[in-house]
Design a protein around this ligand. Structure first.
Ligand code: ADP
Length: 491
C-alpha cells in the first residue's frame, strides 16, 4: 500500500465495515427487544383470551371440571379442553385446590423438573391479579416469557391460567438479518474498495498533475516556471499557491546567487590582470635577484591558475544567467580534431603520454560554436593526459551515425572509482581534493562542469565510463544540426 490512493480506498472499506457492523448490531438489538416485548404482549393476550373463553364457557354450561377416567384427577371437561389444545406455546390451567387442570402439548412435553419450576411461578403469582415474567429452563433454548392471570368468573373450580412462549422462536428473525448481513457485507466491501479506489484516483488526479509540474522543475534553468493556478479554494489551491510562492523565493535567491558569482568573478578579472602584468614585468626586470625570481615564478603560476578559475567561474555564472550565447557556425570536425591533436600532442609529449587522434577521412560538418567545442575537447584531452601515467596513451576518435556525432576520448590512466562517477560533473568536485592543487595534477574541478554545459548547450550529451586502474572513456554526442537557440543553459 505505497500510494495514498490505495490507503484511502482501504480506509474507506474499513470505515464502511465498522459502520455496517454497528448499524446491523443496533438493528439486531432493537428488533430483538421488540420481538421479546411482543412475546410478552402475546402471552398476556392469550391468557386474557383463555380466561374470557373459560368464563364464557362457564356461563354457557356451568361446571368446567371433570374427573380423569383413568387417574381420577380433576381435569378440564372434555368439551372445553379441545378449545385450548389449538393455542400455541405453553398453556397451564390451575384449579382452586392447586390441581393442574390442563397442560398444552408443549407443556406436557417439558421434563418433570422444568414443569414443576413453571408451575411454581403460577402458584407464587398474586391470586387476584395478573403478572408477567420470564424463566429459563434447563435443556431448552432461550427462555419462556409468560403471563399468569387469575380467573375468578369461570366457576369456583378454576383459579388461574399461564400462557407463555419460548424466545427461541422469535429471536431467529434478527439472526436471519445478521446472516444476510454477513453474506452481503463482503460484496459491499469489495465494491466499496473498487469505488473508493476510483473516486480517490479522480480526487487525487490534480495532485498528480502538481507532482508532474514540480518534477519538471529540475534545475536553475526551469526555476522560472510556475504551477498552473487552481481557483477551487480548496487545499489543492493552497498547495499550488504555496508552491508557487516558494518557487518565486527560490528563483529570487538563485538569481541573486548567480549575479553575485558573475559580479565577483568579473570584478576579480581586472586586479588579476594587473597583478599578472606586474609580476611579469618584475620577472623580466634585469635587476631582479635570482632568489626572488623563483618566488615570482611560483606566484605567477598561482595567479595564472586563479585567472583561469575566475574565467571558468564567470563563464558558468553567465551560462546560468543565460548570458553565454553560442556563436553557431558550420564547423568541420576534421579540422577541429587536427587543431586539438596538435595542442594535445605537445601536452602529451611533456607528460610522456602518447596522444593518438583518428581524424576522419572526409570532412564532417556540424553546426556549433567552434571555440566552445574546442574547449570541450581540450578539457577532456588535458584530463586524459593529466590522469594517465607516462608511457601510456590517450586516444580520440569520432563516429557519425543517425544525424549524431560521437567523439570519444579514451585513456588507459588511473580511472575513476564507481562511487565518484555520479559527482565528476559537479562544480569544484575533484576525486582527490587532498592532492596538491598546483602539484602533480593541478586543477580546480570546473573543467568537466563546463564541458557538460557546452555539450548540453549544443543539444548534446556527455557521459563517462571508467574502471579504476584500467582507464576512462568520455563520450560526447552532438547533433549534426545545431539547436535553434543555444547557449542559455547551465551545467
Ligand atoms: P580538474 O581540474 O580537477 O581536472 P575536472 O572537472 O576536469 O577538474 O575533473 C574533475 C575530476 O574528475 C578530477 O579531479 C578527476 O578526479 C576526475 N577526472 C576527470 N577526468 C579524468 C580522467 N580522464 N581519469 C581519471 N579521473 C578523471
Amino acid at each position: 500500500m505505497r500510494t495514498i490512493r490505495a490507503r484511502l480506498a482501504v480506509s474507506y472499506a474499513v470505515a464502511l465495515a465498522v459502520t455496517m457492523f454497528a448499524y446491523s448490531m443496533v438493528i439486531y438489538l432493537v428488533q430483538r427487544r421488540e420481538n421479546l416485548d411482543e412475546l410478552h404482549r402475546r402471552a398476556q393476550l392469550e391468557s386474557n383470551l383463555i380466561a374470557a373463553a373459560l368464563t364464557e364457557a362457564y356461563g354457557a354450561r356451568g361446571n368446567l371440571v371433570a374427573r380423569d377416567p383413568v387417574k381420577g384427577q380433576p381435569v378440564l371437561s372434555p368439551d372445553v379442553a379441545p378449545m385450548l389444545e389449538g393455542v400455541p406455546g405453553y398453556v397451564i390451567v390451575i384449579g382452586a385446590d392447586g390441581d393442574v387442570l390442563h397442560l398444552s402439548p408443549d407443556a406436557r412435553a417439558l421434563p418433570y423438573g422444568s414443569l414443576v419450576l413453571l408451575l411454581q411461578r403460577v402458584f407464587s403469582a398474586d391470586s387476584a391479579g395478573e403478572h408477567t415474567g420470564a424463566i429459563r429452563l434447563a435443556g431448552l433454548p432461550g427462555e419462556i416469557r409468560y403471563s399468569v392471570r387469575a380467573i375468578t368468573e369461570a366457576g369456583p373450580d378454576i383459579a388461574a391460567v399461564l400462557s407463555g412462549a419460548s424466545t427461541a422462536d422469535v429471536v431467529l428473525g434478527p439472526e436471519r438479518l445478521l446472516v444476510a448481513m454477513i453474506l452481503v457485507a463482503p460484496v459491499i466491501l469489495v465494491a466499496s474498495v473498487f469505488i473508493g479506489y476510483f473516486l480517490v484516483g479522480r480526487t487525487l488526479k490534480p495532485v498528480d498533475r502538481v507532482v508532474d509540474e514540480v518534477e519538471a522543475i529540475t534545475d536553475g534553468r526551469t526555476l522560472h516556471r510556475r504551477l498552473v493556478p487552481v481557483d477551487t479554494g480548496d487545499e489543492l489551491a493552497r498547495l499550488t499557491s504555496t508552491l508557487n510562492a516558494m518557487l518565486e523565493r527560490l528563483e529570487r535567491s538563485f538569481v541573486a546567487l548567480r549575479r553575485f558569482t558573475a559580479d565577483a568573478s568579473h570584478e576579480l578579472k581586472t586586479p588579476l590582470t594587473v597583478l599578472r602584468s606586474g609580476i611579469e614585468r618584475a620577472v623580466r626586470h634585469p635587476r631582479t635577484a635570482p632568489e626572488v625570481l623563483g618566488v615570482l615564478d611560483e606566484t605567477l603560476a598561482e595567479v595564472n591558475r586563479m585567472a583561469e578559475m575566475v574565467d571558468s567561474l564567470l563563464m558558468l555564472a553567465r551560462a546560468d544567467e543565460g548570458r553565454a550565447p553560442l556563436h553557431l557556425e558550420p564547423i568541420d570536425l576534421r579540422e577541429l580534431l587536427g587543431e586539438v591533436a596538435e595542442t594535445a600532442g605537445i601536452l602529451g609529449e611533456q607528460a610522456g603520454v602518447e596522444v593518438k587522434v583518428r581524424i576522419p577521412g572526409e570532412p564532417v560538418i556540424l553546426g556549433g560554436d567552434h571555440a566552445r567545442i574546442r574547449q570541450l575537447l581540450m578539457n577532456l584531452l588535458t584530463n586524459a593526459i593529466k590522469y594517465t601515467p607516462a608511457g601510456e596513451s590517450v586516444e580520440i576518435e569520432s563516429t557519425v551515425r543517425d544525424g549524431e556525432i560521437t567523439v570519444s576520448v579514451r585513456d588507459t590512466g588511473i580511472g575513476i572509482a564507481p562511487g565518484d562517477l555520479p559527482h565528476i560533473f559537479d562544480r569544484f568536485w575533484r576525486a582527490d581534493p587532498a592532492r596538491s592543487r598546483t602539484g602533480q595534477r593541478p586543477g580546480v574541478g570546473l573543467g568537466l562542469a563546463i564541458s557538460k554545459w557546452i555539450a548540453e548547450a549544443h543539444g548534446g550529451t556527455i557521459s563517462v565510463q571508467s574502471r579504476p586502474g584500467r582507464g576512462t572513456t568520455f563520450l560526447v554526442k552532438l547533433p549534426i544540426a545545431a539547436p535553434a537557440s543555444g547557449g542559455d543553459g547551465g551545467p
